[in-house]
Design a protein around this ligand. Structure first.
Ligand code: NAD
Length: 530
């Protein structure tokens, strides 16, 4: 086995080429830290020991030595971030240096030292660490992404092996700022750069291709060491960070809020299945202006547009399909090579396709409940296929207007008893989330099929009642998948693997429903309901 001393010596002779993803490991006691590192060692060749999370960091040093001896191929960073720099270590700079030196002697090939600490040291002290390990000089801005050039200038006055600048994204465009900075300076310095926060996801996935030597990931969602940090599993299998290169096309779903969107899961699964060199990200756009700037400058090749921008983006498009024009809303943007933006609406396909898999739409009698954007998409899409469409809305006027525009019919709820339908579609949000409401009662559901656009929960009250009324049900997940499948086809020109997409979404939604049920159960028990 290679000794620790010889590993460190060899690593000083060749430039360190770390893997793309470094997993930050935290624990409150030394045994747990090493146990976690051991369990990660199989799938991760680059770990960061967050020594500042330990109450007595020095106690873990012998165990790190042992770990390094057993795992000579694993690269490790020792970090003991001081509280004044955003970490948990309460000791002095001298105490911090002492721990970092010992960690380097124990076999950590990298040592993270904050700019604030390094500025208080003599150059010889930093040099002493560099004789044992590569120094990652770090700077964190927990509020904004600004002054990157000035920060780098200050940092490069201190000799180090890597310069790590971590900022906070308050807009999506902050990621562009970070990536342009990386592109400009990474040929002169070994840089690590990323933006924290929910809006920083772009830089976490794409920073490596812009020139960041590596990026950071969490062990699990509960063990994030920085806001917005993504798990190593997500970075590798959902976003396929190891394959991201200059040719990788970037897609995303943009809206506000966006954190619960299932689109990244399903679209990345489709891109992976069809071996498309692309990555799809959740983009929390707080303004349309921010989103449009990112489409232009990242650039984004395709965007799924969701609330609240479906209508307002239309006037920014260079051209759009007939569905978008009729509906007055766009859910799919394509950015052409020349930078022009084309808009599509795939919600109609989301309704039509699941029905076409079951019935002939020509002359089918279909009731659409609701008169909002999704109802409009359904009505126009179904009319185009020759269906006889009826519209029911809580307030009759919008239903009448839509019926006139689409050459459909509007009905009043009181008259429903006169009709039976082939399909009833719920295009309202009624029944969403924890609500136990249904847009119709059981005795009003007289149809062969009941189709709910609502997809959380997987099985809504409307679908439960429809089953009792003897109808076959079509869950909202099918619409979700088919509108996404159509987007995939527009962007890639390939048929979408919709069955795989449906499997992924159904699994995620049923797991989510089961988790919610378990949480409710737990709450009831602790409230003494049992
Ligand atoms: P919207 O706000 O444009 O329209 C909502 C419609 O529902 C309006 O006609 C409104 O009058 C009606 N409505 C709202 N609350 C109601 C209530 N309590 N009782 C009766 N009617 C009510 O919304 P939208 O974009 O048309 O979306 C409608 C639903 O479809 C949402 O739940 C949305 O999540 C869902 N949707 C699902 C998919 C999918 O892929 N499965 C795609 C698009 C929309």
């Amino acid at each position: 086995m290679t000794s620790v001393a010889s590993t460190s010596y060899l690593s000083r002779l060749r430039p360190l080429r770390p893997p793309r993803v470094c997993v930050a490991v935290t624990a409150t006691d030394p045994a747990e830290l090493i146990e976690k590192a051991e369990s990660l060692a199989r799938d991760n060749s680059f770990l960061e020991f967050r020594l500042d999370y330990l109450s007595k960091p020095a106690l873990v040093i012998p165990k790190i030595k042992q770990f390094a001896e057993y795992h000579p191929h694993i690269m490790t960073i020792a970090t003991c971030r001081r509280a004044s720099s955003g970490g948990k270590f309460k000791g002095s700079v001298a105490a911090q240096l002492d721990i970092l030196l010992k960690a380097a002697d124990a076999g950590c090939q990298f040592v993270d030292l904050e700019l604030q600490s390094a500025s208080q040291c003599k150059p010889a002290q930093v040099q002493k660490i560099r004789e044992r390990a590569a120094v990652v000089l770090s700077f964190h801005d927990f509020r904004a992404t600004k002054n990157l050039e000035q920060t780098l200038e200050k940092m490069t006055a201190i000799s180090a092996d890597f310069y790590k600048i971590v900022t906070t994204a308050t807009t999506l465009y902050d990621n562009v700022v970070m990536m342009k900075f990386l592109e400009k300076h990474s040929d002169r310095h070994s840089l690590v750069g990323l933006c924290m926060g929910e809006q920083g996801i772009i830089s976490r996935v794409l920073g490596v291709r812009a020139g960041s030597a590596f990026t950071f990931a969490a062990v699990s969602e509960d063990e994030r060491t920085a806001p917005g940090q993504v798990t190593a599993q997500e970075l590798r299998s959902t976003y396929r960070i190891d394959n991201v290169d200059a040719a990788t096309r970037v897609y995303g779903v943009a809206g506000d809020p966006i954190s619960h969107s299932l689109s990244p899961l399903v679209m990345n699964a489709a891109l992976r299945r069809e071996t498309v060199n692309g990555v799809y990200l959740a983009l929390h756009a707080k303004t349309l202006k921010d989103l449009l700037a990112c489409i232009r400058d990242i650039p984004l090749h395709g965007v799924s547009v969701t609330m609240p921008y479906k209508e307002s983006i239309v006037s920014h498009l260079d051209n759009s399909d007939s569905q978008t024009t009729k509906i007055g809303a766009c859910n799919t943007v394509v950015r052409a090579q020349d930078g022009k933006l084309y808009g599509f609406n795939t919600d109609g396909a989301g309704v039509v396709r699941p029905l076409q898999q079951r019935i002939t739409l020509e002359n089918a009698k279909i009731l659409v409940i609701g008169a909002g954007g999704a109802a409009r998409a359904a009505v126009f899409g179904l009319k185009e296929r020759g269906a006889e469409v009826y519209i029911l809305n809580r307030t009759p006027a919008p239903a009448q207007t839509l019926a006139r525009q689409a050459k459909a019919k509007s009905v009043k709820r009181a008259d429903l008893k006169k009709y039976t339908f082939d399909v009833i579609i719920n295009a309202t949000p009624v029944g969403m989330g924890n609500s136990k409401d249904s847009p119709l009662n059981e005795n009003e559901i007289k149809a062969k099929y009941a189709f709910d656009m609502v997809y959380t929960p997987f099985e809504t009250k409307f679908l439960k009642l429809a089953k009792l009324a003897g109808a076959e049900v079509i869950p909202g997940a099918e619409m979700f998948v088919q509108q996404a499948a159509r987007q995939f086809e527009i962007w890639t020109g390939k048929p979408a693997p919709w069955d795989e997409m449906l499997r992924v979404v159904s699994k995620a939604l049923t797991e989510e429903s089961a988790n919610k049920a378990a949480q409710n159960d737990h709450r009831k028990r602790s409230d003494g309901d049992y």
